[in-house]
Write a protein that binds this ligand. Structure first.
Ligand code: 5FU
Length: 458
């Protein structure tokens, strides 16, 4: 068996790499993928560990790679670098792909001399970005880097280009296409799905929508009135921006709306986080909505049985049904929740996906939410989600977790940038902290509005 295949077998047998076409994985970036790789588990298998370390050494020997030191990329490359350095009785260093945020900011740890040649050891190449950052760190420290060896590569298009630009030879012990072949041989993957899986690395951003699109539905004869109004407002204001006004006093919210009201099609509220709520607040908000021509979306995320949500929607102190243009709901409780929220004036948005890390809304759940929306299309006008997997003009996709730059917060929120969110097919971006925490929320909202509308209409 070739080395590439043998290593692929190790990866599959230890479940370091998992393939799943039917229920793709979601990366931290929100990208959906049929492959998930966590090579860190490999170090727990002594025999396999030995086999992999030997494969690294074979690559070094077969290619007559010249070097003085072995450099592991922190953290996952470190154990492999250690096994190799130990076996070859050579010095070892390790290198961070980012400088430490505090204290001494050594990128390279261990002893070396300027002009030393290093072979860089890595466990996985996805885009190659972090490996190249590490290699650049070594070069900046005066170390010569000509070769990098990794256990596995996703064989993405831009990887090769990156390595060529840095003039570094990339050697890998195995790769995505060999692994897919081996997975078919071992019945982990059907031959039928292999080609679809292999398409992923050509266009990871759009792979999911391509394969999970349900049938495209033509323009329906009638549409929900709230949806028609929303589409009209969007066109009139050239805005597909929804601002999440997650502030906790009525004054702060009303002040914010004064500043950003002209730039948005939709204002999203969490009415139950307001400390000084009074019915007058609603009157003022509705007046502003009329003056500034935007609609109101109460992000209540109902999630109970029909009878309870009906009370939560219509009664209590908030009387949401009297003032919101739209509200949203989880489909977890089943169709009863949609029955409880049926309303001719207030439209419904269903959660098909969430932006938070580790959420449990699987592709299968998404599909069920879409089926329920189709069944209740008189009331349901859209989804909260990240990927337009249902192309049906009766529904709009609204995406939260958007900022000018990708990132995360400390409580699991995951941000996409405006362009990536819209490229995944969203109709409306929802922005909270990116706008209301800005120094000048009005100016910031304008930036988001212009960028989102331009990208949406490209
Ligand atoms: F359904 C969802 C979701 O999946 N993610 C979200 O972030 C809703 N949200 C809401 O969007 C959340 O409750 C906030 O009101 C808003 C995002 O705010 P941020 O400040 O832009 O993170």
């Amino acid at each position: 068996m070739s080395r590439q295949k043998k290593i692929a077998e190790y990866l599959l047998d230890t479940k370091a790499v998992k393939l799943n076409f039917d229920e793709p994985f979601t990366y931290a970036s929100g990208i959906r993928s049929p492959i998930y790789c966590d090579n860190r588990v490999l170090i727990s298998h002594p025999k396999i560990r030995k086999g992999i370390a030997k494969a690294f050494i074979d690559v070094i020997k077969e290619n007559n790679l010249e070097f003085d030191i072995i450099a592991g990329v922190a953290t996952s490359g470190i154990p492999w670098a250690a096994f190799i350095a130990e076996e070859l009785e050579k010095p070892m260093v390790y290198v961070r792909s980012k400088a430490k945020g505090h204290g001494m900011t050594n990128l390279v740890e261990g002893e070396f001399k300027e002009g030393d040649k290093a072979i860089v050891i890595e466990d996985l190449i996805s885009t190659g970005g972090s490996s190249l950052t590490a290699a650049k760190g070594l070069k900046e420290a005066g170390i010569i880097v000509n070769d990098l060896i990794a256990i596995f590569t996703y064989q993405m298009k831009k990887t090769e280009e990156g390595f060529n630009n840095e003039k570094i030879n990339l050697h890998t012990l195995s790769d995505f296409s060999t692994l897919a072949e081996k997975a078919v041989e071992k019945n982990y993957l059907s031959a039928e799905n292999k080609d679809k899986v292999l398409e992923w690395n050509q266009d990871p951003q759009n792979w999911y929508s391509k394969h999970y699109q349900t049938e495209e539905i033509k323009e329906p004869e009638t549409k929900n009135k709230v949806l028609l109004k929303l589409q009209k407002v969007m066109k009139e204001k050239k805005s597909n921006l929804c601002v999440a006004a997650d502030l906790t006093t009525t004054k702060e919210i009303l002040d914010l709306v004064e500043e950003i009201g002209d730039k948005i099609c939709l204002l999203k509220t969490h009415i139950d986080i307001i400390e000084d709520f009074t019915p007058e607040f609603i009157t003022k908000l509705q007046k502003l909505a009329k003056e500034k021509n935007f609609m109101i979306f109460e992000d209540r995320k109902f999630a109970d049985i029909g009878n309870t949500v009906k009370h939560q929607f219509e009664n209590g102190i908030y009387h949401i049904a009297d003032w919101a243009d739209m509200v949203n709901a989880h489909v977890l409780p089943g169709p009863g929740i949609l029955e409880g929220l049926k309303n001719d004036k207030v439209a419904l948005i269903l959660l098909q996906e969430m932006s938070s890390k580790g959420n449990l809304l699987t592709p299968d759940y998404t599909k069920k939410a879409q089926e329920m929306a189709q069944e209740y299309s008189n009331y349901v006008i859209g989804f909260i989600g990240l990927n337009k997997t249902l192309k049906d003009p009766r529904f709009m996709l609204m995406t939260p977790g958007v900022k000018l730059e990708k990132g995360t917060d400390k409580l699991g929120q995951q941000y996409n940038d405006v362009e990536s969110a819209i490229k995944k097919g969203t109709d409306i971006i929802i922005v909270g902290r990116g706008i209301y925490q800005a120094e000048d929320p009005g100016a910031e909202a304008q930036k988001y509005q212009e960028l989102a509308w331009k990208t949406y209409n490209k």
